[in-house]
Design a protein around this ligand. Sequence first.
Ligand SMILES: [Zn+2]
Length: 305
Amino acid sequence: MRRREALATMGKASLAILAGMLPSVISNLEGAERPAMATPDRIRHYTANNPGIMTLQGTNQYVVGKENVLVIDVALSANSNMDGIIEQAEAMGAKKIEKILLTHIHSDHCGGALALRKRCGAKLGIHRSRAGYLGGEDFQYDDNDRIGFGGGELQVLHTPGHESGHCCFYEFGDRVLFSGDNILGYGTAVIRPPDGNMTDYLKSLERLLEFNISLILPGHGPLVGKPEAKIKEYIEHRMMREKQVLDALRKGRHTIGDITEMIYVGVSPALQRVAEFSVQAHLEKLMREGRVKSESGRYLLLRDN
Ligand SMILES: [Zn+2]
């Protein structure tokens, strides 16, 4: 019964997410129920109709606040998508969508931002490093800025890695982190060089451990009810991959293709490029640390490590 009530407050879109979620995520839901029930009138979301291999069930677009609300990420400019967001805001008793914030500039997060701005008269914000990217922003934000909404405040956390201007937003009242593509409901984030950067990404994850987060609301996939465990799992996963890259180099694999083939056994063709980006990102991190060098497209261990 408690679960059903919690789901009811989260909107129809959540049901689609939950229906498709992995068993490991279902176990996390127990921990997530309480915070979700504590915030029914302050946070809602609408999942965009853009499902895919990278976007999972679609992009989660969040509405936060009371009366004067803000929206985090707008994936699509289609009227049906904007209607979905506005309906969520109305269901919360919102009088106005005052602001739109973007976690980052990939199109599945900002593709509908200008359209919603125009329709609602909301002020559109973007990270300082991306000022002018959409050509219609009203304000900029940077690390540690506070952004108000009806009934509370968000802290901006600049978390580069997936995208160099990526930001998470931390809501103090309920200790909720809007994680964008830094942490997903399941699976892992794509780190695609050169803008994607594994060194920065791991630093961003480490930093999130400093916050006492009770619930993560990701850009894709279901909510994460055990944030600390999830963040640690993400860090450990990357360190495991780094070890595998080093091991492959030691065993005479010297190109991104050869290393990927050894590490990502049986990866689907659709994810082959993503796997190669990941290997490249790890190699670039190791080069920055002086552990690997590159010579005409071949990667070599500098010292045994
Ligand atoms: Zn995304």
